[in-house]
Ligand binder design. Structure first.
Ligand SMILES: Nc1ncnc2c1ncn2[C@@H]1O[C@H](COP(=O)(O)OP(=O)(O)O)[C@@H](O)[C@H]1O
Ligand SMILES: [Mg+2]
Length: 235
């Protein structure tokens, strides 16, 4: 496996949590892991700086050897789709800049994990979407879905669109975003398994202590749910 493009059925479904966990697990196995969150919106302003929380978390998970400026090429304050956030600030996003940086990171690491923003059809710039970026990067997708009512349709829509675009999908993961297990959460995995040939990599449990966004917590939750060996062999 040279890398994964981690996408989701939505924003806030656990892409960063899963990517962080995988990044730490792969680093712990001795791989030199590179990470990217090419475009991050909703960044916190800190003086003159915009802090991309996802990118910081990913960079920390792999030991902090990458410059944040290479992990996250475009940072915006507005919590909006990249195209909209950029326009609001009178800026534009050049996919070629992202791809050039990606190639450098890929050339100097064993494995690269790229986290998208939102889902596959989020516009990055004009008609260029996350799916276009995933296609240009060339890594297979790992689809993260929040395991809640609606997850089945959201997941199948994402998988169907990936198939339509010819984007290979390694697997999807169901991520539990709350502590209680409701009827939808307890039946999503079975219904999805009967509805698609794409494998489920696992069901990630809610981690009550995740408040500190620690990579160790994410790695532990991901390792309980996902076989990293399985991903390494298929990705
Ligand atoms: N399995 C989990 N257990 C506990 N907290 C989680 C879990 N998955 C995600 N979270 C938390 O939920 C929030 C949204 O997840 P995040 O990974 O940031 O989503 P995304 O990257 O898709 O926007 C974050 O605060 C994250 O730490
Ligand atoms: Mg994220």
């Amino acid at each position: 496996m040279h890398g994964l493009f981690v996408t989701g059925t939505d924003t806030g479904v656990g892409k960063t949590f899963v990517t962080t966990g995988l990044a730490r697990l792969l680093s712990d196995r001795g791989f030199h892991v590179g990470v990217m969150k090419p475009v991050e919106t909703g960044c916190h302003r800190c003086g003159d700086d915009l802090v991309p929380a996802d990118a910081v978390q990913l960079a920390t998970a792999v030991g902090g050897h990458q410059k944040l400026s290479s992990v996250c090429l475009y940072r915006f304050e507005a919590p909006l789709a990249p195209d909209t956030a950029a326009r609001q600030e009178g800026r534009s996003i050049d996919p070629a800049v992202i791809l050039n940086s990606f190639r450098k990171i890929a050339a100097s690491h064993d494995i690269v994990l790229v986290e998208g923003a939102g889902g596959l059809l989020v516009p990055i710039w004009e008609r260029y979407t996350m799916a276009d970026l995933a296609s240009d990067i060339g890594f297979p997708l790992l689809v993260v879905a929040a395991s809640r009512l609606g997850a089945v349709s959201h997941t199948l829509l994402t998988l169907e669109y990936a198939r339509f675009r010819g984007l290979p999908v390694v697997a999807y993961v169901l991520n539990q975003l709350s502590s209680g297990i409701d009827a939808a959460m307890s039946t999503n995995a079975d219904l999805l398994a009967r509805s698609t040939e794409v494998p489920c990599a696992g069901v990630i449990e809610w981690s009550p202590t995740e408040g500190n966004r620690g990579a160790a917590t994410a790695a532990s939750a991901v390792s309980r749910a996902i076989s990293v060996d399985g991903l390494l062999s298929t990705g």
